[in-house]
Write a protein that binds this ligand. Structure first.
Ligand code: HEC
Length: 290
């Protein structure tokens, strides 16, 4: 078994002048959290893995089968050698060496930038960033694995959304996009990990005020189910918003377990709608992780 190498040290083995590995025979074992992943047209999967908050990610490359484990926010351990990937130089994972060591992990705060920054994103290359307040054309994603994010100032950023998002519904409202800047050819793109509604903060404040968040957390199970899982369950249900608003108004039991949710009588109809839309916005994580 190899000793673990910090990702910063693995990245030092990539020649900054050529972007290529200095020694493609040297084997490394790394442990880190998947920030985002892209399924390429040939079904190979590139994931961006971070082991220390605020530091650049290492690309890891594998096939679709092992790549299924490379879901954002999952901590993984993998061994391999450095070689070329369609998105740069990556740790090419040795068959059978990938294992999941934890789930639902965080990797620290994201830098926030507007669309114009992506003309030259080199200062944040490989780092986790938040592209703020962009519109993505509504409707299903195409088969190109990319989408265009438009800022109010007219600048456009090309998003790598991966083949897996094909035909899935794009957010039809303004969002912040989290992901990793990658240079392809001479263009900076953002490998997108998740979309978050620009109204999410407001809705979350209602969730605190109306005590939803004493029983629920977006990511982890408390007394009630994680909102991320609620959104994943109803992601293709056209009645989802009504189902959720109904649950708030009347309460419910048996859908997630034996513990009932009491009716939330104080919540106004407008608040119910804002909360339901916020909860369902977590389906965009599922869309990009599928
Ligand atoms: C006292 C704890 C508690 C509070 C407060 C609470 N919930 Fe729940 N919630 C639960 C439990 C428990 C369930 C699972 C019920 C079940 O299995 O059907 C649940 C389920 C849900 C679901 C899933 C519904 C479905 O159809 O699958 C949604 C959405 C939800 N809650 C939203 C909210 C919102 C929004 C608020 C605040 C307005 C809130 N909850 C307040 C405990 C709570």
């Amino acid at each position: 078994m190899n000793a673990q190498t910090p990702i910063a040290d693995v990245l030092k083995e990539i020649d900054p002048a050529t972007g290529k590995a200095k020694d493609s025979a040297k084997e490394f074992t790394v442990v880190g959290v998947v920030a985002t992943r892209v399924t390429l047209p040939d079904d190979k999967v590139v994931a961006f893995v971070i082991d220390k908050a605020g530091e650049p990610a290492l690309q890891v490359l594998t096939d679709a089968k092992s790549g299924a484990a490379l879901v954002p926010r999952t901590e993984v351990k993998a061994s391999g050698t450095l070689g070329e990937s369609p998105l740069g130089t990556a740790l090419q994972i040795k068959a059978g060496s990938l294992s999941v060591t934890a789930s639902n992990k965080m990797f620290g705060l994201s830098e926030q930038r507007g669309g114009a920054f992506f003309k030259d994103a080199s200062s944040l290359a490989g780092r986790y960033v938040q592209l703020t307040n962009v519109a993505i054309a509504p409707g299903p994603f195409g088969s190109t694995g990319t989408a265009i994010a438009k800022s109010a100032d007219g600048s456009e950023v090309s998003l790598l959304i991966g083949k897996g998002a094909f035909k899935r519904e794009a957010p039809g409202e303004n969002v912040n996009v989290f992901g990793i800047p990658v240079k392809i050819g001479d263009q900076w793109k953002l490998a997108a990990s998740l979309f978050r509604s620009t109204r999410a903060k407001e809705a979350q404040a209602i969730g605190f005020k109306r005590t939803c968040l004493t029983c629920h957390n977006p990511d982890t199970k408390l007394i009630g189910p994680p909102y991320r899982e609620v959104a994943a369950r109803y992601k293709n249900d056209p009645e989802a918003l009504n189902v959720l608003m109904n649950q708030m108004e009347k309460g419910g039991v048996g859908k997630w377990g034996p513990v009932p949710m009491p009716p939330q009588a104080a919540v106004t109809p407008e608040e119910r709608k804002a909360l339901a839309e916020w909860i369902m916005s977590y389906r965009w994580d599922a869309v990009l992780a599928d």
